[in-house]
Design a protein around this ligand. Structure first.
Ligand SMILES: [Zn+2]
Length: 320
């Protein structure tokens, strides 16, 4: 262990996602020293083996292991309280027990919150104390910083912005609610909406594979930009739901800055331009200003950097 007199403390950040698990050796400036990744574990022992192999590969002393994980994570105990889907085997477990890293301190938090923490410590929201972040990927993650504190709520579920109702008559969501934002603006939602249109023989230039696999969200966004009528309709409708929901978040949290992260946000400036146009006029009266909507700055390793950031915050090397 580095001890409190270490001039440049290091921590291991681990990001457990639905398809891949990533880890990195991260410095206190958010610098990535070494990185690791492999397909997501399907058992607790596979997760432990991955973390132990990372710890063996890292030759320098570290201050602790921070873990970002999907689902509802009790950051006090590192217990995974709720985690539907492929990682359900972790539900009910203490991540500190699963990882079993000896004397090293373990910190754990929801993965959207670790992505937010990375942006606040080192990225687009550096120095800010009121921030809303949406991670737009396979699902929709959310995290909120209010007066310098990550919103957690009584049971740890607060800030799950992907699961606000945008249509009470909408489809059944993974969370048990109906018509959540995630059922309209996630990669899965956009791809399945596109597939449904193709199934109804809507006019389109993109093709669906023999196995019925829809084109990727990136391909659908590209096709929309190129004027494909079906892709245009699907993307416009999804953006309308996203924009309307962001108006609600702006009115609810009154942030200094609004960050969009995740794979879909990589669609780039055209996404922000389209959203900003929908939002600006609708928040003027209550907010009286245009809140900057920006992309995540720490792309690709925000989750692992933020997970390491948990260790630096826990050990009081850094503060928000
Ligand atoms: Zn939901």
């Amino acid at each position: 262990m580095g001890g409190t007199d270490s001039p440049n403390p290091l921590a291991i950040g681990v990001d457990i996602g639905g398809t891949a698990i990533k880890a990195a050796l991260v410095g206190i400036d958010g610098d990535l020293r070494q990185s690791f990744h492999e397909p997501s574990p399907r058992t607790a022992s596979a997760l432990r083996d991955f973390v132990h192999s990372v710890l063996r590969s890292v030759k320098l002393p570290v201050e602790g292991v921070g873990i970002g994980c999907k689902g509802i994570i009790d950051s006090g105990s590192s217990r995974v309280k709720s985690l539907p889907g492929d990682l359900q085997f972790l539900e009910g477990q203490l991540l500190s027990d699963v990882v079993d890293a000896g004397n090293l301190p373990i910190a754990a938090e929801n993965d959207a919150r670790t992505a937010l923490i990375a942006e606040v410590l080192w990225g687009a929201a550096r120095g800010r104390r009121n921030v809303v972040m949406l991670t737009l990927g396979t699902g929709v993650g959310g995290a909120v910083l209010v007066s310098g504190a990550v919103l957690s709520g009584a049971g740890g579920a607060a800030g799950h912005l992907g699961h606000v109702t945008v249509d009470p008559r909408g489809g059944l969501c993974i969370c048990g609610n109906y018509g959540c934002l995630e059922t309209y603006f996630s990669a899965r939602a956009i791809e399945s909406d596109y597939l449904a249109h193709v199934h109804r023989a809507a006019p389109t230039k993109l093709s669906v594979s023999q196995s019925g696999q829809p084109p990727s969200t990136e391909a659908i966004f590209r096709a929309a930009n190129d004027g494909d009528p079906c892709a245009r309709y699907v993307v416009d409708r999804a953006l309308e739901y996203l924009g309307a929901t962001m108006v609600s978040f702006l009115h609810t949290f009154d942030p200094e800055i609004f960050i969009l992260g995740g794979n879909i946000a990589a669609a780039g400036p055209s996404l922000i331009a389209a959203i900003q146009g929908k939002i600006a006029g609708r928040t003027q009266i209550l907010l009286g200003r245009e809140v900057p909507i920006v992309f995540q700055k720490i792309i690709g390793f925000g989750g692992v950097a933020g997970a390491a950031g948990l260790v630096f915050l826990q050990q009081h090397w850094l503060a928000i």
